[in-house]
Write a protein that binds this ligand. Structure first.
Ligand code: BT5
Length: 253
């Protein structure tokens, strides 16, 4: 077991913003040293993958991004570390049953509670900055989410537990868990974080439909067999196994 590292010694800066357009975009523009974190409870132009919108109900939900200069593993496992850390934090605060939906979502049942966006910039064929941002619905109500999010599958900590949570305390605890999880991969060895990730995902062995977003959203369905060390998913459609690079997964319950 590694000795614990405090968030203050891991991050060279932890910045709280009363409002921000997108915490990922903020860190993209900053010339931070080592590791930095930025968070707000009022993100006005949150981004998902493929320029989709990420909605933050003002002062109810968390938008947090971390920026890393040196990586001990590929960005896929940074996303995984954030997801595992988020689930650990939710569990510690009494929300059980949250699970990771590959590649970047946290669900409870069939509803989305959080999403992660990991982006990198490159210099001299090396990653210069890796920015991983997580949006978590904390205290929003069913009505607030229903009126703001088009696909109507969103949920929150409050909806799931019936309890409001102190966003500041949650953020602090999440950052502590993030530091613990980010320190697991060493020299590219991702076995520990992969094991934890696998324990928190429901996907392996499940019947699913996947739309492969970079292939004109063509859809394939079958049984999810595996995820490899590069974070790619393997789906068997009954005839053959295909490698899925990225996509939107729907488990067929
Ligand atoms: C994501 O994209 O789920 C990644 C979201 C990352 C947000 C964080 S917040 C901090 C940082 N700063 C940013 O600007 N972004 C990151 P994707 O898998 O593409 O899912 C986007 C879809 O989720 C949308 O098209 C909606 O259908 C749905 N959605 C949007 N807001 C939601 C919310 N608050 N709760 C649940 N679902 C939501």
């Amino acid at each position: 077991m590694k000795e614990k590292v405090s968030i203050e010694s891991f991050f060279t800066s932890i910045e709280y913003k009363t409002t921000a357009t997108s915490t990922n975009s903020l860190l993209m523009q900053q010339d931070f040293v080592n590791h930095a974190a930025v968070y707000t409870f009022n993100q006005t132009a949150g981004r998902g993958r493929l320029d989709r919108n990420w909605v933050t109900i003002p002062n109810k939900n968390l938008a947090l991004s971390i920026g890393l200069r040196s990586l001990s593993c590929s960005p896929v496992w940074i996303t995984a570390a954030l997801a595992v850390a988020a689930i650990n934090t939710l569990e510690k605060n009494g929300l059980t049953g949250a699970w990771i939906k590959w590649p970047n979502d946290i669900f409870v049942g069939q509803c989305k509670l959080a999403g992660i966006l990991t982006e990198s910039t490159w210099k001299n064929n090396k990653i210069d900055k890796c920015i991983a941002g997580i949006g978590i619905n904390l205290n929003s109500t069913t009505d607030e989410l229903k009126t703001s999010i088009p696909d109507k599958t969103a949920t929150s900590f409050f909806i799931q537990t019936g309890k409001e949570i102190n966003p500041e305390l949650f953020t602090n605890s999440l950052l502590e868990n993030i530091v613990d999880c980010l320190r697991l991969p060493e020299n590219g060895n991702i076995s520990q974080i992969k094991q934890l990730w696998l324990a928190k995902t429901k996907l392996i062995g499940e019947k699913a439909e996947i739309s492969e977003i970079y292939k004109g959203s063509s859809t394939i369905s079958g049984i999810i067999e595996n995820i490899d060390d590069d974070g790619f998913l393997y789906l068997n459609d009954g005839v053959k196994t295909s490698k899925i690079v990225t996509g939107d997964v729907r488990i067929i319950f």
